[in-house]
Design a protein around this ligand. Structure first.
Ligand code: ARG
Length: 287
């Protein structure tokens, strides 16, 4: 069921990406009137129209943000290569994409590090303008926030110790699974294996520490951070099974459709000129 939903959402995103790629630039139209993704979600065939109506990012001067002249991004910076600390600075795929989006919108980027489980609420309550955190588009989150078009694909994978007897998702029954609190991995594992078999930890790094210490039997987390954690910690491996495939996008308040349109227009340009792919390639090694 989850897999189906994830795949359906992925299908909807592809439609919109394909539409972006094939449509010629149209003159700027009134961005505020464009449809919101919540409506698009219900009627995916409508989605292809929305990005073109948003016009180009020169109209972005009109967007309102929580702090004037600033694009405030909420993230959880323990999620390499999407967001992590390099000294005092938060860097990574999402930080770089947000930097380019802010530039297109004529704004300065500010990044706020917070618990992953508080990002959606913070977008909703006007604490931040966008949530950009390797965040998966889910039906549940779409009830509370809008999402931009997707900029990357994620895969939930299972990390175990090298000598583990867990060989696939079928072996997780009755095991203790470490997850990052409030993530899709958390949600799926609780649904599939029962909340009592899940240990929710503040972030991916602590979940992996718990695995190293034998406090959990495995960790379910997104593939790219999993690869970073396995590289950094000896004696771990990633199972060869893809648990769930997902789409990452930026969360935006439902009350700020103009910002959503401006971000989608900017994202479209950054996809078309290859900037997004260049950032992904910089951080994600080809297999
Ligand atoms: N993709 C997963 C989700 O949306 C996990 C994201 C965790 N991101 C982070 N920056 N810690 O639930």
């Amino acid at each position: 069921m989850k897999k189906l939903i994830a795949v359906l959402l992925a299908g909807a995103m592809c439609v919109s990406i394909a539409a972006c790629g094939s449509k010629a630039e149209e003159p700027a139209a009134a961005p505020a009137e464009a449809e919101t993704p919540a409506e698009e979600e219900a009627a995916p065939e409508e989605e292809a129209k929305a990005p073109a109506e948003a016009g180009d990012s020169t109209a972005a001067g009109e967007v309102t943000t929580v702090a004037e002249g600033v694009l405030t991004m909420g993230t959880n910076a323990a999620f390499p290569p999407y967001e992590f600390y390099d000294g005092e600075e938060i860097v990574g795929i999402d930080a770089e994409i947000a930097g380019l989006l802010a530039e297109k919108l004529g704004l300065t980027l500010e990044i706020m590090d917070m618990d992953f489980s508080t990002i959606v609420t913070s977008v909703q309550s006007g604490g931040v303008d966008i949530g950009l955190a390797g965040m998966t588009v889910t039906e549940e989150r779409l009830e509370n926030v809008n999402f931009t078009d997707s900029y990357a694909t994620g895969v939930q994978v299972i990390i175990v110790k090298e000598d583990s007897d867990i060989a696939s998702a079928d072996d997780l029954e009755g095991k203790l699974i470490g997850v990052q609190e409030g993530t899709t991995g958390h949600q799926y594992c609780a649904e599939d294996y029962g909340e009592e078999n899940v240990l929710a930890l503040p972030n991916g790094a602590t979940a992996v520490q718990n695995l190293m210490q034998g406090a959990v039997d495995c960790v379910v987390i997104d593939e790219q951070p999993a690869l970073s954690f396995v590289e950094a910690n000896e004696g771990l491996k990633i199972l060869d099974t893809e648990y769930v495939i997902e789409d990452y996008a930026a969360a935006v308040s439902k009350e700020n459709p103009a910002l959503l349109d401006a971000l989608n227009a900017a994202l479209k340009e950054l996809k078309e000129d290859g900037s997004i792919q260049a950032i992904l390639d910089k951080y994600i090694k080809a297999e």
